[in-house]
Ligand binder design. Sequence first.
Ligand SMILES: [Zn+2]
Ligand SMILES: [Zn+2]
Length: 289
Amino acid sequence: MRLGCHLSIAGGLSRALQRAQGLGCQSLQIFVQNPRAWQGRQVTDAEIEAFIALRRQTAIDPLVVHLSYLPNLAASGALLYQRSRNRLQQELALAARLEADFLVCHPGHALVNDAGVQQVAAAVAAAVGQIPPPPLILLENTAGQGQELGWQIPQLDQIIKLSGVPVGLCLDTAHAFAAGYDLRHQVGIDRLLTEIAQGPGLTAIRVIHLNDSRVPLGSRRDRHWHLGQGEIGLVGLRQFLSQAELRPQALILETPKKQSEDDPRNLAVARSLLRPQELISSLHTDLVG
Ligand SMILES: [Zn+2]
Ligand SMILES: [Zn+2]
């Protein structure tokens, strides 16, 4: 498991790699477009070449791209649905030019679940038909806020199977917890892993988004929080990461960034969670104290 963060591309794509290097990250997740604007930015070949060259030097691997927030691949309106499909294809194409390994997508919001599931599957199938992996599309489990699809693993499995193309999973710990999977206890972890094993399979999990949750179990709200300071807590996160069946390529932090010390501190906590047990008690004292 190679540890990294979601980092900003402000100032140009290569700046994200420099930020990752400065933080000692082994992997990286970025947006390739402004996540809140339909107006896409033209990315020149020179910017792409510089990014690829710098990535070789930094040995950042894997590179994960997160689809921007505006596309809704389950939209009931024909116009928004078409726009969302186009945007998925554009960002997948850009991720391919950047030699990204994965493109993480949320399934979207649907008024009618069955129709939404079919639409997401069709959108993903069309995109992968145009641009086969790599990058491999990973569907992310969601918190199930509002009409969000994909908070239950069997529904994600349904989308993947319907698509008929290679698609993996990105597992977000804060989303899983808010969706009712109790990662603080082995019984909750077992329920999650069993559903995945019976669906897309545990090897489908290529990326884990390691986030604590600011909101309680089953609250169906999406509120990421600093590792060890949320409702899952250090013991829960450690328990989850200790599962031998989990073999993702990357662990990516999407924790809040209010102050410059937030990323280094959360990365340090994540590193401690990946080390042997005895360190946790001293770290816990530090955080509480
Ligand atoms: Zn996400
Ligand atoms: Zn996430």
